[in-house]
Write a protein that binds this ligand. Structure first.
Ligand SMILES: Cc1cc2nc3c(=O)[nH]c(=O)nc-3n(C[C@H](O)[C@H](O)[C@H](O)COP(=O)(O)OP(=O)(O)OC[C@H]3O[C@@H](n4cnc5c(N)ncnc54)[C@H](O)[C@@H]3O)c2cc1C
Length: 247
């Protein structure tokens, strides 16, 4: 009897578990491990971050969707011992295996940018996405008392797929929050080092995105190389190496 250990119940791990449950001999032991019981649709995290989707609408209990011959274990992977075919966990006994599938996902990358760790909000999982919307909502609500324009200014760092998806959702969010709290215009600025957004698409398509976002009040700063992130400001350099700030 073979023992297959699948680490991570995201897209990769869950699909592997469901497929292997159909294709392996009946006596195969399949263990699917994740630190959370919830499978999170990571491709919808930008909506949670912008408040246009609730965390519960983009996640579901893994145990509701796995076949009966897959055993789910909630545990946090801490160490691999590939030589002895063994995985250790911070909250579970070691598990030995015949085959292991590592599908532990991605981590948000700040490329060591000064101040990013302390002063920026990262988008990585359900908790960090929820934290982004909570912060935006709290600051906009705070404006009436503080009258601080920074409470009405959102900076999105990076105009790749995720940054652009966040901006697309923020178009709706800022309208909703402006009406909800009766505040002036909420500024959204996106900083991107490349000279155009979505460089992986052809120019016509990326121009379409630019015109949609700009028409909806989003300020796109291309050719803007972020130098550091301070408390309350993104510092960037333009093409002439001159330093500017987005508060
Ligand atoms: C906003 C956004 C939009 C995206 N849109 C697209 C898109 O349109 N198309 C596309 O192809 N991709 C998209 N992606 C990328 C896509 O979400 C990832 O490539 C995909 O989630 C990776 O799948 P995975 O199974 O490897 O990992 P994940 O889906 O990240 O799953 C990893 C799992 O491992 C678990 N885990 C992590 N560490 C541990 C540990 N130490 N112990 C136990 N469990 C652990 C996590 O809880 C999680 O359940 C998008 C990503 C984001 C953030």
């Amino acid at each position: 009897m073979a023992h297959i250990l699948i680490l991570g119940a995201g897209y990769g791990g869950l699909k592997a578990a469901r497929d292997l449950a159909k294709t392996t001999p009946a006596d195969t032991q399949i263990d699917l491990v994740d630190k959370n019981v919830l499978h999170v649709e990571k491709t919808a995290l930008h909506m949670v971050a912008a408040g246009t989707a609730k965390p519960e609408s983009v996640s579901f209990d893994v145990r509701d969707v796995i076949p009966s011959n897959v055993n789910f274990i909630q545990a946090t992977v801490s160490k691999f011992d590939l030589e002895n075919k063994k995985v250790s966990f911070s909250d579970h006994d070691d598990i030995e295996y015949d085959y292991v599938i590592v599908a532990l996902g991605f981590r948000s990358e700040d490329f060591g940018l000064e101040g990013a760790d302390e002063h920026a909000l990262i988008l990585q999982d359900l908790d960090t996405a929820t934290e982004i919307y909570k912060t935006i909502n709290k600051n906009v609500a705070n404006y009436k008392t503080s009258q601080d324009p920074k409470d009405l200014s959102i900076a999105v760092c990076g105009a790749g797929f995720t940054g652009i998806e966040v901006l697309g959702e923020l178009v709706d969010t800022v309208k909703i929050l402006k009406a909800k709290y009766g505040v002036p215009e909420i500024k959204v600025t996106c900083l991107e080092m490349a000279t155009r957004i979505l460089p992986m698409f052809d120019e016509e398509l990326s121009n379409y995105a630019v015109s949609y976002l700009e028409k909806n009040g989003i300020k796109l700063l291309t050719g803007a190389k972020i130098a550091k992130i301070e408390d309350g400001a993104v510092v960037y350099k333009d093409a002439e190496d001159a330093e500017h700030k987005v508060e």
